[in-house]
Design a protein around this ligand. Sequence first.
Ligand code: ADP
Length: 202
Amino acid sequence: SLSLLYKLKKLHPSKLGPTTDANPSHNDRIGLIRGDITSLSVGAIVNAANRSLLGGGGVDGAIHRAAGPRLLAECRTLDGCATGSSKITDAYELPCNKVIHTVGPVYDDIHPSRSETALRGCYKSSLQLAVENGLKSIAFSGISTGIYGYPSMDAAVIACDTVQKFLDGHDGQKLDKVIFVTFEDKDVNAYNHVLPRFFPPS
Ligand code: ADP
């Protein structure tokens, strides 16, 4: 079962402003868990991949280890993936149905808006792929917040904003559950702060 860590009573002051335009009915469709994304039996888990799609460190390495070598074999047929885009594969030994590989931006602090556009593209294209493949639930790892250096708080705002807009849209009705998976303290803290502002507890 999913522990909903965002049921925090104490909200910090935030630059995000009021939450009155957020739709509380989204609450039961949003989850936040801390742990290993490879253990989740959801429709799709989202891998923070690199453009080669041939595996890497961090969550990418963990997903390939848990899925087994057939995942890499399928990834070799995909001809990589552009930054801000996503591709879908089978999940092999993983308990989920599919893996969506998305390529986050390496954070560019000279041009943060370029990084933001790419990161939004990751979330949007992953959600779209899930719906196109008839999947009802999707779990996101923290895209770009590891080795790629995206500031956790900014990344959490973009993740929540993109998901909220998608759930509000036509295709959003086709998804039952979107889960944010955190791993390190900095991302746990960022989501605990940001998520209740976008999806207030009912
Ligand atoms: P990127 O290169 O996109 O920054 P990383 O894999 O370095 O990708 O980090 C992405 C996120 O994945 C980070 O927030 C990191 O803490 C997290 N992470 C690493 N291993 C796991 C795992 N097994 N399950 C879930 N998240 C993980």
